[in-house]
Design a protein. Sequence first.
Length: 221
Amino acid sequence: MKFSTCLFSLFFFFQLNMSLAPAFKGHRQGSATAGNTLEVYLDYVCPFSAKIFKKLDQEVLPWLEQAYPGQVQFLFRQQVQPWHATSTLVHEAALAVEKLSAEQFINASRALFAKQDAYFDESVEEKTRRQLVEQVAELLASSANDGKVTKQAIVDLLANGTGEPQNKGNAITNDLKWHIRFARQSGIHVSPTVVWNGIRDDSVSSGWSLEQWQSYLKSKL
């Protein structure tokens, strides 16, 4: 293979891993024109995902914007872990909020992580899907700062219907498929997974302190 072909392939790979469909602009924090990209693949029902998201959201990203303004964009990547019974549903719920108001996606993510134990396997053992839809819709509507994000609007988007069984999913199914396909073609298997400028970095830990994050990011910038 020619060097130019290899170079193009690498460029394409980096662009692919740092891309974001316009419909999912709520997944980005920071400027879309920032020269560096920090992507983190997260599952709302994963305790380690909750830990790293809280650290990034409350400490690391605010520090980054102060220390290196406009230089780093953060991309929230959804990583559904199917062995968690409610993972698909809560990820759909976050996407439903984004469809109603993109600016509320991060608020929805904060709410889901803060209440994630309500969606652990043991917590939902005796609940139907419809009950869980109502529950998560109420949580996300109450956490939103936008009149468009109502409980009923979320329920409507998550409804699978009750007619003839056709397995068509709901109004969010295709949105979720985009994120699943993106993660699969990027070779992501676990949550959380950190990607810096298109390269997965398994050295990053969900248990890192702010100081460890600062040391890591300073070495990259």
